[in-house]
Design a protein around this ligand. Structure first.
Ligand code: NAG
Ligand code: NAG
Ligand code: NAG
Length: 389
């Protein structure tokens, strides 16, 4: 009995649910049934961290979380993240952070993203510039361990007190959606430490490491990937705040740092090309590339038209005399102690804290990026199990 159960579970681990999809069929997406996702596994940085860095280091404090959760939730925004809207869109609960231990639920997946994560391992600690030690390859290793321990719990030699009731079933991993949203911090570190030429030369290496992590997840049974590209990092107010008398052309018409966005776009071009190649290497995987950059840049370029104020102003934090007091923190301005407080109406702002978007902006981006209009192949996240040929 025990042996046959074991064989059955191992057999289903090798199963994949991806269905081949010819280009002509993409146009008929409406007639295809939605994927029945058994879970959601996410890898990334603060754009999708739902409590990882709070669990591993210091908790995110108030006023983060004020709009939706009404208390700090470990997310670096006032409410929900793009990733939370994605979970809602496919009908799954918000994913618990893998590193969290209290009140977590891993029946429908887990979130390995942590604020400050990079694709490549960095040679600095989190205490210098906030770079997380949980780089993408480490997150893939954590997933590997997570899965191995779950398999052991169900079919190996479980500890008598083991409780699998809050965990995904082993045969559900290949029926889960794997999402990745990372890259921005690799670029931020590079802007800080490399010349422009060095930076361009290093992008292929960053992309290779990204592909290795996708491959590692694939080897662990991941079959459906929904991969966000990186956003317009040159439009982050924390960077643009300090610019005085820029040379002509340094900023674009929105006030964003042009060359930083060009680097982000180059990163995205190479990421997309590599993912298209990966489709032929990882033959059982459905890999969707999602152009979140375009959604974010569109919102920043037309913020007033969409009901938002100046996209380079922040809702939370205090910036004065080149002193930046981060959201929820204290600092000294003119010899006076100042707190980085929140505005009254976060929904009017694109940027929450100078680095992360508000819930309202995240929702706007979700409305434009999840329905397939910015993805390659052009399928919505509900259909990301269909393999593009
Ligand atoms: C970190 O240091 C090692 C050893 O010097 C080096 O090989 C590696 O490229 C460095 N990583 C980064 C991201 O700079
Ligand atoms: C700092 O000084 C400037 C100029 O005197 C003043 O406008 C500003 O309100 C002061 N800020 C704080 C936080 O006291
Ligand atoms: C996706 O949503 C956006 C924003 O509502 C809309 O403009 C676009 O036409 C939609 N695309 C598809 C393919 O449904």
């Amino acid at each position: 009995m025990e042996t046959s159960v074991k064989v059955a579970v191992i057999a289903t681990l090798g199963l994949y649910i991806c269905v081949n999809l010819a280009m002509a069929e993409v146009e008929k997406i409406g007639v295809l049934s939605q994927c029945s996702w058994a879970g959601l596994y996410n890898f990334g940085d603060s754009n999708s961290d739902t409590g990882g860095i709070s669990a591993a280091f210091e908790p995110v404090t108030s006023p983060y979380g004020m709009t939706f959760f009404k208390k700090p939730s470990g997310r670096l925004t006032d409410g929900r993240l793009l990733f939370d809207f994605l979970a809602e869109y496919i009908g799954l609960p918000y994913a618990s952070a893998y590193l969290d231990t209290i009140n977590t639920d891993y029946r429908h997946g887990a979130n390995f993203a942590t604020g400050g994560s990079t694709i490549r391992r960095q040679n600095e600690t989190i205490f210098q510039n906030g770079i997380s030690p949980f780089s993408l390859d480490i997150q893939a290793i954590q997933f590997t361990q997570f899965k191995a321990r779950i398999v052991d719990l169900w079919i190996g030699h479980p500890h008598p007190a083991a409780d699998a009731s809050q965990l995904q079933r082993p045969d559900d991993f290949s029926k889960a959606l794997f999402t990745i949203d990372i890259g921005q911090n690799d670029l931020s570190v590079a802007f800080r430490t490399l010349t422009k030429q060095q930076l361009r030369a290093t992008i292929p290496n960053i992309i290779d490491e990204f592909a290795s992590s996708v491959q590692q997840l694939y080897e662990q049974g991941a079959r459906s990937f929904w991969i966000h590209n990186t956003g317009p990092v040159g439009c982050l107010p924390v960077a643009t705040f300090y610019i005085r008398n820029p040379n002509p052309g340094y900023l674009d018409r929105n006030g964003c740092i042009r060359y930083q966005n060009e680097v982000a776009m180059e990163f995205n071009r190479q990421l997309k090309a590599r993912l298209i190649r990966l489709r032929s290497e990882l033959t059982k995987a459905a890999i969707t590339y999602v152009d979140v950059y375009t959604a974010k840049y569109n919102l920043i370029s037309n913020s007033k038209q969409y009901g938002f104020s100046d996209p380079l102003k922040i809702c939370c934090g205090h910036h004065e005399n080149d002193v930046h007091v981060f959201c929820g923190k204290y600092g000294i301005v003119n010899g006076t102690r100042v707190r980085g407080d929140a505005c009254k109406n976060p929904a009017k702002y694109v940027s929450w804290d100078g680095v992360h978007m508000t819930e309202a902006a995240n929702k706007w981006v979700a409305n434009h990026a999840l329905n397939g209009s910015l993805s390659d192949p052009p399928i919505p996240v509900t259909h990301a199990c269909y393999k593009h040929l």
